[in-house]
Design a protein. Sequence first.
Length: 288
Amino acid sequence: MIELEDVSFTYPTGSEPALSHLSLSVPAGQVCGVVGANGSGKSTLAGVIADMAPRVTGGELTGSVAVAGRSTAGTAPREPAPPVGLVMQNPFTQMSGAKFTVREELAFGLENLGVPRAEMVRRIDRVVELLGLGRLTDRPPFELSGGQQQMVVIGSILVMEPTVLVLDEPTSQLDPDGVALVFEALRALEDDDVTVVLVEHRVEQLAELADRVVVLDRGRVVLDDVPRAVLTHPALDGLGVARTRYTEAAKLAAAESLWPPSLPLPVLLPDAAEGFAEVLAPTRQELP
């Protein structure tokens, strides 16, 4: 579905490439999480996949980029964009500002493409049900919370029926309630055949959602595996990527010889609960 081969990208004012000889393949239907320190190239990767870089940003792109079997590298601004939806950090910047209700906002892109009314209604109703937006459809978009607005943005993109959804830290400006809403929306896509690339620093939520996690450093892929393997990897200490609280708890226990080296470090709560239950079992048996 997404194929990047030996991709390098330098911004117009950049002295060093933001991406350097990066190769990445994401199959159809996969949720691929992307993490890394500030400046590691995460947003640039999102922009390249969505054909915003260099189409919109300018700059120099080399290598091969293909989405859904179609090459995007080097396309002219007048050529059609690839079947990719991009969700950015601030939902306010992706609202049209021209509509009075959420339902009208969801219809905005379809109206611009001249989609027949019956098809518009079908798509909007489907997305409203998929994301659980029914109670919001008659409300003004700018009176919603940040999390609700981000859900509307995601819905506005999904009605366009993209094959790939790229999200560039969509929860960075949201409170915990807003974060929960966005990840709830993303979980609703699991059976929707949408390929998702999610740039996100909230590793616990990412570990629950992603099929795979990629770590970037200086514009290159340095780790790429299932979430548990990546988010417990010793190399994370030098890559500016946080660990989950459950991994940190187990590491502290290991430092006190309370977590055996033979037991894998946990990433999520169920793993941690199971591991600590095993660790504490002998102690419980000794109690009178």
